[in-house]
Design a protein around this ligand. Structure first.
Ligand code: OAD
Length: 249
């Protein structure tokens, strides 16, 4: 496909490559996306009842159980071709003296399990939980939790280390994102619907800072027309072809 060649060319010309990933990257691992009409989490559950600080205050047992079940699910899933190809893209970039970072909205840890080295979890992680009392992360958690809600050793409750609606992104992640968007010369958004801000704004920030921008997505998104190029299809397939193209060419 012509677009793969064009993206490979952009990669060869780039010095600072930034990938923004969303739920579509993990879809081929069997993890539901959020906005798929049939299987997406938000077509089955109301985010207001599960993914807000108010929801946790109202019903900590329900919210803890829901995130614990998601935690168990991701631990049972494996990285897919998209995760594996991105490990190779990172290695290729380093061989060619380029920087490469994945800004992921996913909370499943699959990029790290696949072997990616530089991953910024902009929406936090399902695998890290912290105390509501001290805000300290708690290690060595039982899987599953023994009670819902789950108690932290310091007397607080355990809450998932994810960003809920109405919460700020982690400070360190924000600093890193700003740095990367300022210097990116290639920005690739993969498997994200471009609806949730601030991440949805980042492709445009990068483009205005001079980056070439590409979208890889199975479906059109509200942002598709703002990218320099669009590759339509499954992330695993497209990224595997991209690797063949850059390794072969
Ligand atoms: P969404 O579920 O909103 O979007 C997933 C996107 O991936 C859609 O555009 C799909 O068409 C596309 N897609 C699905 N399967 C694909 C595949 N195999 N290959 C390529 N594309 C595919 O998920 P996100 O954009 O990640 O936030 O959602 C952003 C945030 O909204 C999430 O991080 C979460 C959610 O509410 C929080 O929980 C804070």
């Amino acid at each position: 496909m012509k677009e793969i060649e064009a993206l490979a060319k952009a990669l060869r010309n780039a010095k600072h490559v930034v990938v923004l990933g969303g739920a579509g990257v993990s879809a081929e691992s069997g993890i539901p996306t959020f906005r798929d009409a049939l299987e997406g989490y938000w077509s089955k559950y109301d985010p207001e009842l599960l993914a807000t600080p108010e929801a946790f205050r109202r019903d900590p047992a329900l919210v803890t159980r829901w995130y614990d079940e998601r935690r168990q699910k991701v631990l049972a899933c494996q990285p897919n071709d998209a995760h594996r190809a991105l490990v190779e893209v990172e290695a290729w970039c380093h061989e060619h003296a380029s920087t490469f970072v994945i800004l992921t909205q996913n909370v499943d840890g699959l990029h790290q399990r696949a072997g990616s080295k530089d991953v910024v979890e902009v929406h936090g992680s399902l695998l890290k939980w912290r105390s509501t009392r001290s805000n300290q992360e708690v290690e060595d958690l039982p899987i599953p939790f023994r009670t819902y809600p789950a108690n932290a050793p310091d007397g607080g409750l355990l809450r998932p280390g994810v960003v809920w609606f109405g919460e700020n992104l982690p400070e360190l992640a924000v600093e890193r994102v700003e740095l990367e968007l300022a210097r990116a010369d290639l920005f690739i958004a993969i498997g994200t619907s471009g609806i949730v801000y601030p991440a949805a704004a980042w492709s445009e920030v990068a483009r205005q800072n001079g980056a070439f921008t590409a979208e890889i997505n199975r479906d059109p998104t509200p942002l598709s027309s703002s990218f320099n190029m669009v590759l339509r299809g499954n992330a695993g397939e497209i990224l595997t072809s991209l690797i063949s193209e850059i390794r072969g060419g």
